[in-house]
Design a protein around this ligand. Structure first.
Ligand SMILES: [Zn+2]
Length: 475
């Protein structure tokens, strides 16, 4: 394989060259001389960073979002705008991942048109089947045309998450029944991942962790095919259920068992401990979805009872009061946070989260000072797919309207970057400097770090290398 010499690069403050061969950094230091046949690239003083890792993302939902209608802020703010967007999509329904004629909406929030059910949705879009996903990812709302198309009114027993009103009729609201719904929709082929892979590469992302709870053999096969074809050049860690097989693709590894907690239906501790034990027996950690105080308390108690380690994770930890943070630190459990929500949802948090809980929202420094390993993920498509925006939010902690959110929790740009450069297998663990022998998963910026740290802007990414291959080049 023809090698590459990146010259005049800045690595950890020093001017060096990097020799890349067979997917790895072969040498790194000043005064490397180009060899015969070696490709040369001048970094012109730009920084070379370890590749960005998005430790919490949902690839298939992100790909599907490219063929979906935005139904919530910041794109849509009121009922009229939502009606217009749905009507326009109804005239030209997107094909990818949708049955013919169906419209798929995403990102709905009650601030647009209140709690949505089939009737309210019918008033906005009635002539064609529509399904809209709530921004939480936990709820789908179907209009009457969709319920009819799926023959749900007349079919036999339906899963628990399919809500019925007092009159026994379907409300159109369906909680956490994604896999079942997909099957009813005719087992729609999962969307291609090429656009997602390219977008991530442009942002300097060289690896991601897919945090979708329903991941199983079907999803893994789709990911593996995308990795083999080059649609998805990034390294991938896959969370999922207990039935998730061990991947065979060398760039894919099996991640933790994802456990969704819902504060309205918290499981008994014995049940959680049994689940954690089963995951550990598979040599996997667990990853608890925790967005409320109660969910975090239950997850921490379960982990304490079962015995935990850094491979066990809390996703979001949106509300983390000090006593629980101390317990997480004692257990050695990792937290994977989404600082971008401070920007994207901060104004709503300020209005809706109880003042008592406001100090504990999406903490940064509080976790680090307590000794909790802290990694970062965007939660795209439920958050914006831009780790740099998330890093900026971790530094500035301002809502979209500009309100400060617990500024003492701010991170330095270097710490914010570190949230997104720790190894996929251990988010939050400090990562050593770039060195020979490491995989050549690198981001080349068009300026030195001293300038880039002021901006944390993906526009500064000049090229992205994954295992030495140029996954993206601004050209
Ligand atoms: Zn998520």
């Amino acid at each position: 394989m023809r090698g590459l010499l990146i010259e005049d690069a800045e690595v950890a403050g020093a001017r060096v060259s990097l020799r890349i061969q067979d997917g790895r950094i072969l040498a790194l230091g000043p005064g490397l001389v180009a060899q015969a046949g070696e490709e040369r690239l001048s970094a012109e003083g730009g920084a070379v960073l370890p590749g960005i890792h998005d430790h919490h993302i949902h690839l298939l939902a992100l790909a599907a979002s490219f063929a979906s209608v935005e139904c919530g802020p910041p794109a849509i703010h009121d009922k009229a705008a939502l009606g217009d967007a749905l009507a326009s999509a109804g005239r030209h329904p997107a094909r990818d991942g949708n049955p013919p004629g169906w419209v798929r909406g995403i990102g709905y929030h009650e601030s647009v048109a209140g709690p949505l059910d089939r009737h309210r949705l019918d008033a906005l879009a009635a002539g064609f089947p529509v399904r809209i996903q709530h921004r939480s990812g936990a709820l789908w709302i179907l209009n009457s045309a969709a319920l009819t198309a799926l023959e749900l009114e007349t079919s036999g027993p339906l899963p628990d998450g399919v809500e019925r009103g007092a009159d026994g009729r379907l409300t159109g609201r369906m909680y956490r029944v994604d896999a079942w719904l997909r099957e009813r929709l005719g087992g729609t082929v999962p969307p291609r991942l090429n656009a997602v892979g390219q977008n991530l590469a442009r942002l300097g992302v060289t690896g991601v962790c897919d945090a979708t709870p329903g991941n199983g053999a079907v999803e893994l096969a789709h990911f593996s095919a995308a990795a083999a074809s080059g649609d998805l050049p990034q390294r991938l860690r896959v969370m999922g259920g207990l039935a998730l097989p061990e991947p065979e693709q060398p760039r894919i590894e099996r991640g933790p068992l994802k456990i969704m907690l819902d504060e309205n239906a918290l499981p008994p501790e014995a049940e959680l401990v049994a689940l954690i034990d089963r995951a550990h027996a598979q040599q996997r950690g667990v990853a608890f979805h925790c967005v409320t105080r109660a969910e975090l308390v239950v997850a921490a108690a379960g982990l304490e009872a079962a015995g935990a380690s850094t491979r066990d994770r809390i996703e979001h930890a949106s509300l983390a009061p000090p006593e629980i943070v101390a317990l997480l630190a004692r257990l050695g459990v990792t937290v994977v946070t989404q600082p971008n929500f401070l920007l994207e949802r901060g104004d709503r948090y300020r209005r809706e989260v109880h003042p008592r809980d406001q100090p504990w929202l999406y903490r940064g420094r509080g976790f680090i000072e307590a000794g909790v390993p802290l990694g970062g993920g965007t939660d795209a498509p439920f958050g914006r797919c831009d780790p740099w925006a998330a890093m900026r939010a971790a530094v500035h902690r301002r809502s979209a309207e500009g309100a400060p959110l617990q500024l003492h929790e701010s991170l330095a740009p270097e710490t914010a970057l570190a949230l997104f450069t720790s190894e996929l297998a251990c988010p939050g663990q400090p990562r050593g400097p770039l060195a020979p022998g490491q995989p050549a998963d690198l981001v080349l910026l068009d300026r030195p770090w001293a300038a880039a740290r002021q901006r944390l802007d993906p526009a500064d990414v000049r090229a992205t290398f994954i295992a030495g291959d140029r996954a993206w080049d601004r050209g």
